[in-house]
Design a protein around this ligand. Structure first.
Ligand code: DGT
Ligand code: CA
Ligand code: CA
Ligand code: ZN
Length: 574
């Protein structure tokens, strides 16, 4: 899977171009757009190229001739000339350094020029020597903040965001299937449970030629090195920086192995105890009765069935009460992808998205959505080209015009309105009342104290002009901690004021996350599961939001955008 590597290279090219003395704004923007699009693609950009060459690449939104050429070059040679040229001028590991909260390319480059900081190790050194606080434009606070950012980055313990791990795993599965060496090939482990971060990938295959499978894997383009090679298990290090266990199992054990290696461990321990109570033995090879006879194992569901249990989605297997409910055949109905009728958080090129209103709507229709809410930014988000009242009124008028042209999908007029420091909203009440609904988010002053931040969110919720609270904790996985906020108070206020909480499905965010969703459910709030799309390719990221909701046991009846268009409008009007 090339997507994440290519996307990171393009993003870093944009970073380096932004450092040029000449104004290269448009080029920077073009690279960022392409990075965004390719990073969110479901299909591997390598496959797209192999299928249709440079022309097919140029059909991707935001990918012009030059960038398509660079992508082609990378796929064919493993290098990108443009990147290498820039890198020789800017020998700094921007990719890692810009993952530190509050550290952009410009800051990183200033640290390089003044202190020769090229990478994370250099940065840690100058921090421990307290050299940054004396630099112009930095100071003691900023040195501390960078230190905290590094801690956060490293506390990820090598766990990779699901949004990066899952497409990689899917790419490997596709290649294995294409090899004709395997019959079945599936993802197990935390990736199958759609946990927000993944420690390592676990892949299971059935094959009559295990040796050949191991050979094939070791030589895959994704692989940086082989850590361990056995007869039926190989562990490899992937180039994206993740380890991957691949096991070849017997067809008769496939279901048992899938159950076992999906986990999680605590769930497994309980399931095995149930087997023991029945006088059975359960392991990754199968379910066996007292005489050692194999009574289930080919399929996963037969194992649960033979144990008198109701099977549940992998997302629910975290030992959060599902085992007990499953014995009573009372697994609750949780939301699934097919329940999603609309998407209520979508950006266009009227703020920081890459596509037009029409393009986003057509693309959403193409994947079966019946409505989308266009939520472009308000003026305080000036980096995202947020709009002021005058611009917003005009923008909403344009949505009306596009709506008239559309068939089979409807656009709801909305905005992602900034919640300012004092909890007030970034647009006038007059503008806000022109919208069908309002999504409001906190984007700035993220370091406020807990009480102040709670008050900020609650004030917005109580304003009477908010329908959905966007990405409520504002965390970015492995990069930015959640804001300090009393979630109980915020959730209570949301419930009291009929404000839905967003489950932002953009893979960097997954916000609310599973644990916070479970907490929020106690307050009987409504949710909105959205993609926060900035490109047409992002509209398919809905599955991440849905799986996160599943992990929080969300009932589809609690989710606004499972409602029909008419019913949703009624809810917003009331
Ligand atoms: P990760 O890799 O840290 O994101 O999380 P997992 O859940 O993928 O964990 P991993 O890769 O260590 O193991 C895959 C699955 O194998 C795990 O979810 C459950 C099963 N498993 C691993 N170790 C044990 C164990 O000691 N006992 C039982 N019952 N199951 C285990
Ligand atoms: Ca794993
Ligand atoms: Ca593993
Ligand atoms: Zn936002």
């Amino acid at each position: 899977m090339y997507n994440s590597r290519v996307s990171e290279l393009l993003e870093e090219i944009a970073d380096m171009l932004s450092l040029d003395e000449k104004d290269r704004r448009f080029e920077v923007l073009a690279y960022r757009k392409a990075a965004l699009t390719i990073g969110g693609l479901q299909e591997d950009v390598g496959d797209i190229y192999k299928r249709g060459g440079v022309e097919a690449l140029m059909e991707l939104p935001g990918v012009g001739k030059g960038i398509a050429g660079s992508v082609k070059e990378y796929i064919e040679t493993g290098r990108m000339g443009k990147y290498d040229d820039l890198k020789s001028r800017y020998p700094v590991d921007f990719r890692t350094l810009t993952k530190i909260q509050g550290m952009g390319a410009k800051k990183a480059f200033r640290l390089y020029k003044s202190l020769k900081v090229k990478n994370l190790d250099d940065l840690k050194k100058v921090i421990s020597q307290h050299k940054i606080r004396y630099l112009k434009g930095f100071g003691e606070k900023s040195e501390e903040d960078i230190g905290k950012g590094i801690e956060l980055l490293e506390s990820s313990n090598g766990r990779m965001a699901l949004g990066e791990a899952l497409p990689e795993a899917e790419g490997i599965i596709k290649k294995l299937k294409g090899s004709k060496l395997v019959e079945r090939a599936v993802i197990a482990g935390s990736t199958r449970r759609m946990r927000e971060t993944v420690g390592d990938l676990d892949i299971l295959v059935t094959s009559s030629k295990p040796e050949k499978v191991m050979d094939f894997i070791s030589k895959m383009d994704e692989v940086a090195g082989v850590t361990l090679r056995g007869q039926t298990k190989t562990t490899v290090r992937l180039k994206i920086g993740l380890s991957c266990d691949i096991r070849v199992v017997d067809a008769r054990s496939f279901g048992a192995a899938l159950q076992y290696f999906t986990g999680n461990k605590d769930h497994n321990v309980k399931v095995r105890q149930i087997a023991i109570k029945l006088g059975y033995k359960l392991n990754e090879y199968g379910l066996f009765d007292k005489r050692g006879k194999n009574i289930a194992g080919t399929e996963e569901d037969s194992i649960y069935k033979k144990l008198g249990m109701e099977i549940m989605d992998p997302e629910m297997r975290e030992d959060r009460g599902e085992v007990e409910l499953s014995l009573q055949h009372k697994i609750p109905r949780v939301v699934k992808l097919e329940d999603m009728v609309g998407d209520l958080h979508v950006h266009t090129n009227h703020s920081d998205g890459t596509a037009t209103i029409l393009e986003m709507a057509e693309a959403a229709k193409g994947i079966g959505r019946k409505y989308i809410g266009i939520t472009d930014h308000s003026k305080s988000e000036y980096v995202a080209h947020g709009m002021d009242d005058r611009q917003f009124v005009k923008h909403l008028g344009e949505i009306d015009k596009v709506n008239e042209k559309l068939d089979g999908i409807k656009i709801l007029k909305s905005g992602e309105i900034d919640i300012l420091k004092d909890g007030s909203l970034d647009l006038s009440k007059k503008t806000l009342s022109l919208m069908d609904y309002r999504l409001a988010s906190i984007h700035t002053s993220l370091n406020m104290g807990k009480d102040e931040m709670t008050k900020r969110a609650v004030t917005a919720i109580e304003s009477g002009y908010v329908d959905i609270l966007g990405h409520p904790t504002d965390r970015i996985i492995n990069t930015r901690s959640p804001i300090a906020m009393d979630l109980d108070k915020v959730f209570q206020a949301a419930a009291d004021n009929n404000v839905a909480l967003e489950i932002d499905g953009y893979p960097d965010r997954l916000d609310l996350n599973d644990e916070n969703i479970i907490k929020a459910r106690q307050y009987k709030v409504k949710f909105s599961i959205d993609t926060d799309s900035h490109s047409t390719s992002h509209l398919s990221l809905m599955r991440y939001g849905v799986s996160t909701a599943k992990r929080g046991w969300v009932d589809p009846a609690q989710v606004l955008n499972t409602f029909s268009f008419d019913r949703l409008l009624k809810v917003f009007k009331s």
